[in-house]
Ligand binder design. Sequence first.
Ligand SMILES: *Cc1c(COP(=O)(O)O)cnc(C)c1O
Length: 390
Amino acid sequence: MSADFLPYGRQSISVEDIDAVVSVLKSDFLTQGPAIPRFEKAVTNWCGVKHGIAMANGTATLHCAAKALGLGHGDWLWTAPITFVASANAGRYCGAQIDFVDVDPGTILMSPDRLEEKLILAEKNGTLPKIVVPVHFAGQSCDMPRIHALGQKYEFKIIEDAAHALGGEFEGERIGNCRWSDAASHSFHPVKIVTSGEGGMITTNDDELAWRISALRTHGITRDADRMIGESHGPWYYQQLELGYNYRMTDLQAALGASQMTRLDSFAKRRREIANLYDVELAGLPLRPLARDPRGISGWHLYMIRLDLNQIKKTRRQVFESLRSQGIGVNVHYIPVHLQPDYERLNFRLGMYPEAERYYEEAITLPMFADMTEADVQRVKAAVVKSIDL
Ligand SMILES: *Cc1c(COP(=O)(O)O)cnc(C)c1O
């Protein structure tokens, strides 16, 4: 990366983070040691939730949560079309069919109105979903009380995709506390709010679900005699009770994650400051940020702008390329999942989710990370002004 290139996201690594990882290297356990429960506790304490199960990545947590909630062949998992492919792929790993609920045109979060309409229709057709995965896009929580109420009525389970949202809140409840869901999935990829290199964690208040997910993390194996079929053969004995995976996190990763968690509050605060600064600096330009739901506080994984392409006599691509040529590491989150060739093969096509598609035509993600300075924001602003110059 050249020195004057400003990426859209970047980890913040302290001397303490480095020391934490080095101390694992000098210890007895590189994996399945004490750093894993330490990291799990740091996250569950912060969120105010009973269980946290660390895994190799966020995708693995979505997969195991879906499987542990009973998702299989013949079932449906619904998510939003504006998300990373992982939210939908997790259902496909379980053999389930995927469908999407269009997004709210302002917040770009799963629209509870579209969800309700789709549920009414699905009830008639006998295609109600087993699991709904609301995505807290860009860090802002979906309307979880309403989605939860629909879940009670139509009997679906809820896995929050909170990969963008650690550090945020909704109606005073911390995202990840599972007040309105069965489980919440977190990611610690380096562009996310807290990193462990690669990594993920599922949080839940459900004891049985937590047990089953932690077994799936290691091949569906248990060493707990109470869970075994028949008698234990002795202290060496374990049983595989169902087909699971090797989705374990290493202690190197967990030590980094646990160390980072001590700075989550300051990361979240800094991201909010940057977002507010962008709002002020970009006001008056022919573009707008995502709508904010006043009931919540975003975790601010990402900051997007939507271009007013009627006023700007340029295409989104021209604006994007101009920003890149000025050293601004802009991105686009996301290409609607249903338009991926592998999803079009499943009969999804253009026109199915109009709000998601409209958003995709106009959106650009600006740099957003905790170590950004006000001068960086000014630099982005100047580059945006130049890029949309008529
Ligand atoms: C990052 C991310 C995930 C999980 O990604 P991993 O790279 O597997 O940790 C899931 N959903 C969304 C929306 C994400 O952005």
